[in-house]
Ligand binder design. Sequence first.
Ligand SMILES: Cc1ncc(COP(=O)(O)O)c(C=O)c1O
Length: 453
Amino acid sequence: MGFDTLNEPIPEEPVDPNADLSSVLPLTAEIRDGRLWIGGVDMVELAREAGTALYVMDEDQIRHQLREFRKWTTYHWKDVETVYAAKAFTCKEMCRVVHDEGCMILCASGGELAIALAAGVPASRVQCHGNNKTPAEIREAVEARVDRIVADSLLELERISSAAVEAGVKQPVLLRITPGIKPDTHGYIQTGQEDSKFGFGLNHGLAMEAAKRACELPGIDFAGLHMHIGSQIFALQSYTKAIEVMVEFMAEVQRETDCPVRDLDVGGGIGIKYGLADEPSTIEDFGKIVVDGIKHECERHGLAVPRILIEPGRAVVANAGVTLYTVGTMKDVPGIRTYVAIDGGMTDNIRPALYGARYECLVANKADQPRTQVVTIAGKHCETGDLIAKDVPIQDVETGDILAVCATGAYCRSMASNYNQQVRPGVVFVRDGEWRFVVRRETYDDLMRCDVG
Ligand SMILES: Cc1ncc(COP(=O)(O)O)c(C=O)c1O
């Protein structure tokens, strides 16, 4: 579901030119002297000094989100871990911030694990998942002694067990279960339904077979169950329904095996506000629904409440980020639309092309002016679908302006590519009036680093 035909006229929806963008901007965002400031740093000055395209992340907001998840989950039950899903955005400094805030890190690959360990995060605060971990990735995780590996298949259970026996340990493992729930989100980011490449389904006895096998294998310490039903979920009833199914299965496992289910991991997926019309739930509501839901279901089945794990990614970082670009060429197609081209595009933000994702934008050097124009923000790459925002309201924009695209802290840098041999932008953390690169911009030498010809 990328952008459809471009030859259609701009929709005639009324847009409020004075709409307040603060709900999609980082918490510390403010307008001073007509410019956008974040973390006490002037975005126009930052763009001049650090160059564009540039990802900017508000460190205070990242810390705030992590604290909110801890606060509103442990408020309802003492034994809850917030395990930040590194896939949303990771680098060594990000891992340090997560660890410093008392949260764990969830890695989806050997590369994410290597970054977390290189950042100095103890392996006991790291978990690993993925639907097809390579034998090498499994060995690396076992040898590092990570807290949990989430197993996705019987083959993986065997491989984890062998690696653990070889290392002389018993590896704690969670089983990824697909509870058969379809949340209200884009099809590409629904993951908990029966027809999915992930995990063990409940319908054909596969999940129970996996639980029994996990209890028998010599290198496995069967620690519990895991689910992740999707991403950008607004309706919290999807979690309630999935929790009912998971706790029911927990009870069956307790009945049919000797292994107590010590952990129940409900995954991530809590939605965020990309557009002004989006109405995601609060972290407070998420904590209540998930933790109370598990407590209630456990009570109903006469089970002890397990350690609860939550795995937010997007909700920790998305609204903490903006991407800054410099406006280049502009093209007016009479009667159709105006294209405003920037010095980046689908290489630094693939989400509009991939999911039809929508973003709000503003001109950082005209931040106090009304957004009276409607334009389409186009990238610089050789694809018609290389658009960052289609038909968005914006200030009176000109070549040389600094464009800020809001809520780009999640799944933008981490999904970035070098298509057209574009160098990937750096990432700057801002805080208390200071800024620092936590990931530097790539150079042409970086592009050729692996080119051995
Ligand atoms: C297993 C698992 N946990 C957590 C997440 C994080 O999801 P989100 O960023 O939507 O919170 C994902 C994302 O795909 C995932 O696959």
